[in-house]
Design a protein around this ligand. Structure first.
Ligand SMILES: CC(C)(COP(=O)(O)OP(=O)(O)OC[C@H]1O[C@@H](n2cnc3c(N)ncnc32)[C@H](O)[C@@H]1OP(=O)(O)O)[C@@H](O)C(=O)NCCC(=O)NCCS
Length: 169
């Protein structure tokens, strides 16, 4: 069985990460969070690091750790671990966002990513972890429930989609 590891985005990831980003087009999910059109890769990677350290966080965002998931030298997915919740995250987004590239789904990668992301969240000082998923996203609901998530409620987001809100810890 291949080992999955989470690590920060690197300068050398540009081609693979941009390809992954394109693969999510149409799924309503950004592989590369906050990516600005035309922004040079090195600037983007530095900006993500600033958001992680908390020194360069836009007013409607919170400090967050962005990590890619690697298996055998290939990027298979990514996670974003929010260190705190703003209003939107408390209602709909939760502490951890994750996605697996279409070609690598159904192999347990998301489960492994969430398991490791929970450790990162704890290290960042998050006590109880809020995880959310679209009502009807059975794969994601199963991942969260298997990780110990306890359903609190379902809240309808501004886009009209119901978000299942689970707490762990
Ligand atoms: C949701 C997503 C992360 C799942 O990734 P994945 O690597 O395929 O998930 P895993 O292989 O770890 O599977 C986890 C569970 O989902 C189940 N599953 C996978 N695909 C499924 C599907 N299409 N329907 C129902 N269950 C599914 C698996 O059987 C497994 O359940 P089990 O542990 O009870 O057997 C992936 O489909 C994705 O990136 N989707 C787009 C972005 C997204 O929805 N992110 C989640 C935001 S909350």
């Amino acid at each position: 069985m291949c080992q999955l590891s989470l690590r920060p985005l690197r300068l050398s990831d540009e081609a693979d990460a941009r390809a992954a980003h394109a693969e999510f087009a149409g799924e309503g999910f950004d592989f590369l969070l906050e990516l600005r059109a035309g922004e040079p890769w090195a600037i983007y990677v530095r900006r993500l690091d600033g958001i992680h350290r908390g020194g360069d966080v836009p007013p409607d965002r919170v400090p967050a750790t962005f990590l890619v998931a690697e298996v055998d030298g290939t990027l298979v997915g990514r996670v974003s671990i929010r260190h705190e919740l703003n209003d939107f995250l408390a209602n709909f987004g939760g502490h951890i966002g994750y996605g697996v590239r279409p070609a690598y789904r159904g192999r347990g990668h998301a489960r492994a990513m969430v398991r490791q992301a929970l450790v990162v969240a704890r290290r960042a000082g998050v006590g109880r972890v809020l995880l959310t998923c679209d009502d009807g996203n059975e794969a994601s609901a199963s991942i969260i429930e298997r990780a110990g998530g306890v359903l609190e409620d379902i809240r309808v987001a501004p886009d009209g989609i119901g978000k299942r809100r689970y707490w762990i810890g």
